[in-house]
Design a protein around this ligand. Structure first.
Ligand SMILES: Nc1ncnc2c1ncn2[C@@H]1O[C@H](COP(=O)(O)OP(=O)(O)O)[C@@H](O)[C@H]1O
Ligand SMILES: N[C@@H](CCOP(=O)(O)O)C(=O)O
Length: 307
């Protein structure tokens, strides 16, 4: 029998797009899902889920973690073993914090480890991008940090985007879900040249703003014309939370991933006030939310063996 019998994989949440970087930039955040895979000598697939909203995760073969696990075995042309999967949820589901990316990255890494690590990290990354359909959440989930992904012929160039320590990500997570599928369905298939130029310029400015922490650049950079104008209507309270965050001193506010979580960037002296302002604004709009200042995770997915 090749490989190990049990492996635990932790994968960070992500915040994708960061405003103007639709489908190409994202950052890993210090919020984690943990996945334990145990090879079974007999029996069938077993999935146990713990943590908040555990009952909302499928426990049959349609489970995304298991689908990713199967994908890797399919790719290496081996029969997958029977497996017990234990999922401990720390990343809220369908909130724009990359829960699907954690499942895809976790399932691929778990399978790769149980199979004796036949694939490189680059191969795992390419499989993850193909499964998710865009790189901006799976790449930082796998590698950590803030990452920009661009195609280069048939492969990917990934670059780490320096993130100044005084730029604090504040996430405001409402108690309602918005699936990425639905949030993508409202986007136009074509955009104007003016909108394309707008986003190109603002993404360039964002990269320099994140690197330097320069407030004026960040304030201007956190604007987008490719996805947010179409998605805001799906997020009840967007306008009031946005106004409250900026009034409290945030550089700006964007939709985290496909939403509905809203992400403000603020300097460390303002982040507590921004948290409070976003929470209060959403409460006044009748929506319960959890608001937290996080850090950028620099490790990405981690795995350790127990047998
Ligand atoms: N830990 C998990 N294990 C299995 N499936 C998961 C897990 N997390 C998310 N999923 C699947 O991904 C879906 C959410 O994906 P998506 O709509 O892209 O939202 P998100 O923005 O959170 O990635 C869930 O409804 C579930 O089907
Ligand atoms: N670029 C994608 C990102 C989706 O991220 P998620 O965290 O919501 O899965 C999009 O905006 O659709």
């Amino acid at each position: 029998m090749s490989g190990v019998s049990s492996v635990t994989v932790t994968v960070p949440a992500t915040t994708a797009n960061l405003g103007p970087g639709f489908d190409c930039i994202g950052a890993a955040l210090t919020l984690y899902n943990e996945f334990k895979f145990t090879r079974l000598e007999e029996g069938t697939l077993t999935i146990r889920v713990t943590g908040a909203e555990a009952e909302r995760v499928q426990t049959d073969e349609s489970n995304l973690l298991y689908q990713a696990f199967l994908k890797l075995y399919q790719y290496i042309e081996q029969t997958p073993p029977s497996v017990k999967m234990e999922i401990d949820l720390g990343v809220p589901l369908a909130r724009g914090l990359g829960s699907s990316a954690t499942a895809i990255v976790g399932g691929l890494i778990g399978a790769n480890k149980l199979a004796g690590t036949p694939l490189s990290q680059l191969q795992v990354m390419e499989l993850a991008i193909a499964m998710e359909g865009h790189p901006d959440n799976v790449v930082p989930a796998l590698l950590g940090g803030c990452r920009l992904a661009a195609t280069s012929d048939a492969s990917w160039e990934i670059c780490e985007v320096p993130w100044h320590q005084d730029v604090i990500p504040v996430v405001a997570i409402p108690d309602f879900e918005l699936s990425t599928k639905e949030a993508r369905s409202v986007l136009p298939t074509q955009v104007s040249r003016a909108d394309a130029i707008f986003n190109t310029a603002h993404l360039g400015l964002l990269l320099r703003g994140l690197e330097t922490g320069k407030g004026e650049w960040l304030k201007a950079a956190l604007q987008d014309k490719l996805h947010q104008p179409y998605r805001q209507a799906l997020i009840s309270g967007y306008d009031v939370v946005n106004a409250a965050a900026t009034a409290a001193g945030a550089y700006g506010m964007v939709i985290s991933g496909a939403g509905p979580t809203l992400l403000a960037l603020a300097d460390p002296t303002q982040s507590k006030a921004v948290e409070m302002a976003m929470l209060t604004a959403w409460q006044q709009a009748g929506i319960t939310a959890v608001v937290r200042s996080l850090c950028v995770d620099t490790q990405g997915a981690n795995s350790f063996y127990e047998g």
